[in-house]
Design a binder for this molecule. Sequence first.
Ligand code: GLC
Length: 516
Amino acid sequence: MGTVTQKKTTKKSTEKVEEGIAVEVPAAPAVEEEKPAEIVVEAKKKILFVASEAAPFIATGGLAEVIGSLSKALAGKGKYDVRVILPLYQDIKKDYRKDFKFIGNIFVPLSWRNQYCGIFEYTADNVTFYFVDNEYYFKRPGCYGYYDDGERFAFFCRSVMEILSFLNFYPDVMHCHDWQAALAALYLKTIYCFRPEYQFIRAVFTIHNIEYQGKYSLDILEDLFGISYRYQYLVEYDRCINLMKGAIECCERFTTVSPTYAGEIKDPYYSHGLDPIIRRNEFKLCGILNGIDPDYYDPATDKSLFAHYSAEDLAGKAVCKEELQKMLNLPVKPDTPIIAMITRLVTHKGLDLVREVIEQVLRQDVQFVLLGTGDSSYENYFADLARRYTGKVVSAITFNSDLSRKIYAGADIFLMPSKSEPCGLSQMIASRYGTVAVVRETGGLRDSITPYGLDGNGFTFKNYDAYDMLYVIGEAINTYHNKEAWSRLVKKAMTTDFTWATSAGYYEGLYLGMLK
Ligand code: GLC
């Protein structure tokens, strides 16, 4: 027969020469027999996000943006089958809801209950979203704040576990976010891991904010959550059920949304009581900085803006400022810096510092614009400030995404002096829109904004002190008046990389490390 069998050889040849250096390359393996080329297709790793909100469908805060943009960034790599599961709230926008596809229904056991669970599906940007339907639990305005939130999210998490077998989809990694999804990790590790299909699912838990832990009375562990008292030791903390603590104990790895916050939550000042648990589980903790979706926040295309601009051509930013001043009934003054805050009006956002020294800031030639809602004492304070400083201060006690974008674009300085900040996205969005951030060095603020004096992209202060803040605001205002330095700084802020490129890579490393 015509086939020539070459002898196998291990001899190395030195045929490749790089920059004059001979490099050893192994000789081509001898051909023993002809085989049809084998195409090895590696199965995509399956990642499931379990979360209580996701943009663009339903959002009350940063969590939703992270779920929406991180899932998209991971799926964009083409190597992962990324799916997200959410409750089907009444408030999910109609524009999306009309395209959801009903794929079936099941009944979900929750202790002695047996509840209807409809399943809807929707795909966008290579991410498959599932929505858990039960009108008794989710046909209400808003997402949270009901007396039975514990039961609502227990139902949601238990549904997630049951839906996996309905779909015949068993993820390699189930990534649960915040306390509302903590029970999914607990159910996996106490009930479902005994079923063969579930036994290799790894669980990751991410803390977006340690303040909300999901605390309940111990006597409802079996009756409401359907978890046997045998596992009480996993969830019990401070004589209560603490769902966040339970998820930390159960998951293979847990993360938080910035490296600095990962360090801070080991400290009682930041931990809302959980620091002993965090320290004990430190070996499986890491902090990964959030990113933002650069297409969703792009001053060159944003439809809410009065004019478009980019780091190369800032002309449109001046138009955005002028139109914002007109819209808010502020005198149109191109050379007066606008200091903006877009925030929930709660103490940990640093509002007590602002209250202490804002009138000293207002003695200078500045304008101050605030957008947000929250505690009535702050709402009243800022509404009153605007009345006393008409033509200088505007307080919009509301939340409006369109107005927020107009402010990000039209302002000059963005103030975010948080007492604690797991990550914070506003300082990144403001920077992307060329509005220079003034932040306290905590959590993700410290990891994303670096001080101007050290060739950074913003202004920072360390101690939680109103006069330290006042000092750096002064520094920012002085720099603003140096046109050349300011425009360099604006460009620096705008070109800082806040995309998911790096951080999605860290999540990838985390997942792959767990699957080894
Ligand atoms: C929470 C945190 C915020 C973080 C967001 C997304 O809202 O308070 O700092 O950016 O989650 O992770």
